[in-house]
Each structure stands twice: as structure tokens, then as C-alpha cells.
Design a protein around this ligand. Structure first.
Ligand code: ADP
Ligand code: 5GP
Length: 217
């Protein structure tokens, strides 16, 4: 069975849940998936690469991207601006790839509005204490930022009902397997298989031939 049409796969969660780790692991495991590299005005963390994790841009560059209509959506998250370039999504889809977006809840809503075919997955932390531990363990932005991200989670968690799927990121490998299952199942959704009518027609024509031959051997 050929794969159905590719689609934007949005992965959203409260900060620290593990969505970036899961999104990159999914793209690493699936050759038909690519990562949508967002633009951001935030500074790179240790180990992050420009053009791979994010396009790290100045405030002026970000304004220019908005002005020139280069972004599907953008949002201010924890004091920095982040946005999804149209090119990241369109180029991936045009090449037959499912495009994985690691974006916040507001962004997920905008992508749903821009792309009917988008699939939205919400990642839940196993519990609040583990969420705090992961944020503290990453320890990239300091105590005040950690508190801001945790209190942001209070509102963000309410958005889960708007999503298509939910995955609990308790054991990482198990969560990744669930994401992969969603990825594969969605590529077999009937509305995505564009040549389905033709396939069915060919099979039916051949069945009629077989039946006719068996009646007149
Ligand atoms: P997010 O993108 O949601 O902010 P990250 O992917 O940066 O989250 O993960 C936050 C921290 O939690 C990282 O240090 C990451 O290695 C760790 N982490 C992610 N998933 C798990 C997991 N299932 N178990 C334990 N630690 C995890
Ligand atoms: P971080 O600074 O931890 O990389 O990301 C902070 C938040 O911004 C995360 O929730 C992340 O998913 C979100 N984010 C990253 N890129 C985008 C984007 O292009 N658009 C939106 N709306 N959110 C984004």
C-alpha cells in the first residue's frame, strides 16, 4: 500500500514535558518525516545549531519575516518570539514528507486553521513533580524562568481537549512508539490516499474478469 498524502504533525506540550526530544527522535526514526525549523529571537542554548534546531534571528529580522508574510504563525512564548516559516511546512509537504512541528499551544491552533489536514498531538508529563524535575534538570534559563514555565502549564494543560491525540511521556521509548504509531496510522487514513478510487476500480475490474473466465473456462 503506498503512503497517503503527507501532513503537518504538530507536537505541543507544556515546556519541559519532552516534546522537543520526542519530535527530534521521531524525525530521526522515520525517513518520511522532517522537522519544521522555527525562527526565534531567543539565544541558542549550548549544543543548539542555527538552521537545525532553530533559525536564530534578531528582533529586526523577525519583524521583517512577519512583514513579508514569511510566517504561518508566530507567538511570544516565555518572553521570546517564535514563528513557523511557510517554507518549512510547504517544502517538506511538497517533497512527500510529514512535517513535524514542535510549537506551543497557540501555534498549534493557528496551524490547525491554516492546514485542514494537520494532526495535533498533545504530550502530557507523567505528573507535576516530574515536570518540575525535567525543567530543573534542563536548567537552561534560571529559577524565575522555571516558575514562569510551570505556571504557564496551568493554562496550557486545559488545551488538551482540542487535540487529536494525547501521549504521556513517562518512559521515553514507549512515548516514542506511540508517536510512531500515530504517524503511521495517519498516513493510512482513507482521505489521504489519493489514488484509492483508481486502485479499487482496477481490483474490481480484475475480479469481474476472473469471474467471467471461471463461468466460461
Ligand atoms: P520540551 O521541548 O517539552 O520543553 P525537552 O525535550 O527539552 O522538553 O525535555 C525537557 C527535559 O526532559 C530534557 O532534559 C530531556 O532530556 C528530559 N526528558 C524528556 N523526555 C524524558 C523522559 N521520558 N524521561 C526523563 N526525562 C525526559
Ligand atoms: P524553547 O525556548 O524551550 O525552545 O521553546 C519554548 C516554546 O516555544 C516551546 O513550547 C516551543 O514548542 C515553542 N515554539 C517553538 N517554535 C515555535 C513556533 O514556531 N511557533 C510557536 N507558536 N511556538 C514555538
Amino acid at each position: 500500500m503506498p503512503l497517503g498524502q503527507p501532513f503537518p504533525l504538530v507536537i505541543a506540550a507544556p515546556s519541559g514535558t519532552g516534546k522537543t526530544s520526542l519530535a527530534h527522535a521521531l524525525v530521526g526514526a522515520e525517513r518520511n518525516a522532517v522537522f519544521s525549523v522555527s525562527a526565534t529571537t531567543r539565544r541558542p542554548r549550548a549544543g543548539e545549531r542555527d538552521g537545525v534546531d532553530y533559525h536564530f534571528v534578531s528582533e529586526a529580522d523577525f519583524d521583517r519575516m512577519i512583514g513579508e508574510g514569511e510566517l504561518v504563525e508566530w507567538a511570544t512564548v516565555h518572553g521570546h518570539r517564535y514563528g513557523t516559516p511557510w517554507s518549512a511546512v510547504r517544502d517538506g509537504l511538497a517533497n512527500g514528507h510529514t512535517v513535524v512541528l514542535d510549537i506551543d499551544i497557540q501555534g498549534a491552533r493557528h496551524v490547525r486553521a491554516a492546514f485542514d489536514e494537520a494532526v495535533l498531538v498533545f504530550i502530557l508529563p507523567p505528573n507535576a513533580d516530574e515536570l518540575r524535575r525535567r525543567l530543573a534538570g534542563r536548567n537552561t534559563e534560571g529559577e524565575e524562568d522555571l516558575r514562569r514555565r510551570l505556571s504557564g502549564a496551568l493554562n496550557e494543560l486545559d488545551a488538551v481537549a482540542e487535540f487529536d491525540y494525547v501521549v504521556v511521556n513517562d518512559d521515553f521509548e514507549r512515548a516514542l512508539q506511540s508517536l510512531e504509531a500515530i504517524f503511521h496510522a495517519e498516513r493510512h487514513a482513507v482521505p489521504r490516499v489519493s489514488d484509492l478510487t483508481e486502485r479499487v476500480r482496477v481490483i474490481k475490474d480484475r475480479i469481474r474478469d476472473i469471474l467471467a473466465q471461471e463461468m466460461h473456462p
